[in-house]
Design a protein around this ligand. Sequence first.
Ligand code: AMP
Ligand code: GLY
Length: 422
Amino acid sequence: MKTLVIGSGGREHVLCWSLASSPDIERLYCAPGNAGIAAAAECVAFDVMDFDGILAFCAENSIGFAVIGPEAPLVGGLADRLEAAGIAAFGPSAGAARLEGSKGFMKDLCARAGVPTAGYGRFTSLDAAERFIQSRGAPLVIKADGLAAGKGVIIAETVEQAAAAARAMFAGQFGAAGSEVVVEEFLPGEEASYLALVDGENILPLETAQDHKAVGEGDSGPNTGGMGAYSPAPVMTPELCEMARGDIVAPLVRAMAADGAPFKGVFYAGLMISDGAPKLLEVNVRFGDPECQAILPRLKSDLFTALRAARDGRLSEIELEWHDQAALCVVMASKGYPGAYEKGSVIRGIEAAERETGATVFHAGTSLAGAEVTATGGRVLGVTALGDDIASAQAKAYQAVARIDWPGGFYRRDIGWRAVKG
Ligand code: AMP
Ligand code: GLY
């Protein structure tokens, strides 16, 4: 079957890399892709929000299946448009993607479905938000309601910081995403990412992962889309996985189906583990990035078969097999990220890194300028290695990182520290 992956990040590179080995894919395209994806799929230059262009391409090229990577086209309704045109799409409808597209919607659904999460208030005016902040006291977490590429969340240590964050959001710091603001109780603990394929009803968990959201070592500095990840996440014991499935994902999947917006796709539960139980921090409606760069290289089963089954409502027929090895991904980002950064710097040594260490370098924000790979994004490369345990995957990933010659980039040197320290 001819298949199209939509997106241009590290997530879409690992998706294409994994799908490329499927015997059922006759031809693989990616829109728009990047310099690394071009080795696994034919890149076609459509923006992910150019729904008309993507639909026309699918019709002209007899695309039978589309895999939508990022959240913005999902929240915008690309899966609905493709399905209406007769093209099977992996990813939730716009109605189901509201779980990520509106944090307030997600919190209200948790309250209704009895899902453990932080206490919260939803606000459309600064006055009301400030009153709530004063009455609750710090620490608090202030969140823009809509999509903000992982950056619309401020942890406030004081009431003054919380009020300033709310003020900045209502003043347009995150554009329309901040016209509504959610104020949450601060939850202490250790985070983990729990991802599952969902077909509207059935839940098929993937292997666990842990992300590193903060830009700096020791988890310091502002949040990013994710600076590195590893899988499995030892904090997610089998008991905690069962709680995440039964107490968090299942009630929300049932509630969405009962509300007429059944969830199909990847259900990503961002969890905070404290006192031996998980609480839901966020829902993402797609593969986490960089988490999937650590999870998918461990998958033995055919990814295409699993994604098709999720789309078709047949997940109960599928069992996934995994490699025992652990995987760890180090993100290399442009200097300045998550703030302003320069584009166009040249990256060398990627092939040597892969050849000499056996690691895989997934591209997240690259282009080709002649024969040179250049950096065109904030997060630029995801250097991923497999190892017998997380410590060995970590050592191999950093060996590969050391081979990459990119003066315009930086990376965290401590990816995996929680799992390796003991
Ligand atoms: P979110 O996009 O909602 O997951 O928030 C991004 C990051 O902010 C999370 O990965 C956590 O590190 C942190 N965070 C969000 N909500 C809370 C909370 N209620 N308590 C503590 N940390 C939080
Ligand atoms: N790594 C976090 C995310 O994909 O949202």
